[in-house]
Design a protein around this ligand. Structure first.
Ligand SMILES: Nc1ncnc2c1ncn2[C@@H]1O[C@H](COP(=O)(O)OP(=O)(O)O)[C@@H](O)[C@H]1O
Ligand SMILES: [Mg+2]
Length: 267
């Protein structure tokens, strides 16, 4: 398994009739290594989704390049799977057919794709729901179907744009735990966007903080809170520990603009 390399990437959206040119990203450098869980935080409009869309191959850089395993990314591919905030499931298909859909498009036979889909549904606690229509599921379950579908194609990297943003607090915490367990079990690279500082600190192995106009990475932090949870600590205990709270306040200061007091690794 190789790494993902964002190499001095800029993205400019051209001016519209009433809108100036937007420099959504300016000379962004980022390397994601196998097994890393990179979390992006930053105010709205700082270019997080633009960066994710580049990694997915939905967008091309104006300058610079993205490389996966030393090959330039020039469009979407099965080696990268995306989970959005709002699930993008097909409402006319049941749960297992949603998960198996991409495999079908790639020509996998019916029993092989059902076996694969079933394995991921069981892993995500949805084994009993494979024949349910997706609209009968709760929001949290629909998001898990979306994650199962992303995993079914066995991508090298999972790209997640605020995947838990629409969930209630309790479901969200459970989903955080589930996702980092999956990350540990599959050792995939993850790029995860969130608005929640607590979620970012808990889940990531590395945090990047971005700032707008032009969008860039201003700070990075190495994290190990999620690994404490995976080693057996209770999630709430991890989130209430003094070093977690200290880092949470430090990151909040950066985001709210009091950088002098914040410290961290300036980029
Ligand atoms: N297709 C587009 N055309 C013009 N401007 C865009 C487009 N997509 C995003 N932008 C602008 O680029 C900036 C970064 O957007 P985005 O990546 O969505 O930010 P974030 O996800 O961090 O909130 C914003 O100013 C946004 O308005
Ligand atoms: Mg966004």
């Amino acid at each position: 398994m190789g790494s993902l390399h964002v190499d001095r990437v800029s993205v400019e959206f051209p001016a519209g009739r009433h809108a100036p040119v937007v420099v959504a990203l300016k000379e962004v450098d980022l390397k994601i290594q196998p097994g890393e869980f990179v979390v992006a935080l930053g105010a709205s409009g700082c270019g997080k989704s633009t960066l994710l869309n580049l990694l997915a191959g939905f967008l091309s850089p104006s300058q610079g390049q993205i490389k996966l395993n030393d090959a330039v990314v020039s469009g979407p591919g099965a080696d990268r799977a995306v989970v959005f905030q709002k699930h993008a499931l097909l409402p006319w298909l049941n749960v297992i057919d949603n998960v198996a859909f991409g495999l079908k498009l790639r020509g996998m036979g019916k029993s092989a794709r059902y076996d694969t889909a079933r394995k991921h549904l069981v892993h995500l606690g949805l084994g009993a729901f494979e024949t349910h229509p997706v609209y009968q599921l709760s929001g949290g379950m629909q998001q898990r179907v979306g994650i199962a579908r992303a995993l079914a194609s066995d991508p090298e990297i999972l790209l997640m744009d605020e995947p838990l943003g629409a969930l209630d607090a309790l479901t969200r915490e459970k989903a955080q735990e589930l996702i980092i367990r999956i990350w540990k079990d599959t050792s995939k690279m993850v790029f995860f966007i969130t608005h929640s500082v607590e979620e970012a600190l808990f889940m990531g192995t590395r945090l990047i903080v971005m700032s707008p106009r032009p969008g860039r990475i201003t700070h990075t932090f190495d994290l190990d809170f999620g690994r404490r949870f995976l080693a057996g600590a209770d999630a709430r205990t991890v989130k209430a520990s003094p070093d977690f709270i200290k880092m949470r306040e430090q990151v909040l200061k950066i985001i709210f603009g009091d950088e002098e007091a914040a410290g961290g690794d300036h980029v």
